[in-house]
Design a protein around this ligand. Structure first.
Ligand code: GDP
Ligand code: MG
Length: 157
């Protein structure tokens, strides 16, 4: 069971909220078998935006990215499951929706690099999932429970 408990940070970005896509995003992750363990509807301030996207500071798109991500509410979430970080990235598709495969969230729901609907922790950046979860959530905001269908999602649950 322990290898089913990887957690990753996911966020429906301001464009997704404004376009009414929160439910669609949650539905896709839920149906995959991933378990929602934390969720917060919130607006990101300048300081949090700089921390969250610190790796991109100095890049030409950085100021626009901060402006966008703070421009309206987001749905910040923590999802848990086997290989969750990499699996969510696969479901998201390429960063630029123009390159994302149909069937992925960005490939089905977006057209523009700056407004690409969803954020998920980078599985190639070791520990990024834990860092981002810690940045957005206190421990007591994450809920421990079993999904009733876990024995059907996983062979060895
Ligand atoms: P992600 O991990 O797939 O979200 O991609 P990155 O970590 O590389 O970039 C963070 C976010 O910055 C992306 O999701 C895009 O919304 C935005 N972004 C990345 N590269 C560019 C760019 O070249 N131009 C613009 N306008 N936005 C970008
Ligand atoms: Mg990234």
């Amino acid at each position: 069971m322990s290898h089913h408990d990887e957690r990753t940070f996911v966020m429906a970005k301001p464009d997704a909220v404004q376009r009414g896509l929160i439910g669609e995003i949650i539905q896709r992750l839920e149906e995959r078998g991933l378990k929602l363990v934390g969720a917060k509807f919130m607006q990101i301030d300048e300081e949090l935006a700089h921390e969250h996207y610190g790796e991109h500071e100095g890049k030409p798109f950085f100021e626009g990215l901060v402006e966008f991500i703070t421009s309206g509410p987001v749905m910040a979430m923590v999802w848990e499951g086997a290989d969750a970080t990499r699996q969510v990235r696969q479901m998201m598709g390429e960063t630029d929706p123009a390159d994302a495969q149909p069937g992925t969230i960005r490939g089905d729901l977006g057209l523009d690099l700056g407004h690409n609907v969803i954020h998920g922790s980078d599985h190639e950046d070791e520990g990024a999932n834990e860092r981002e979860i810690d940045l957005f959530f206190d421990d007591e905001e994450l809920v421990d429970y079993e999904r009733a269908d876990a024995v059907w999602v996983y062979e060895d649950e």
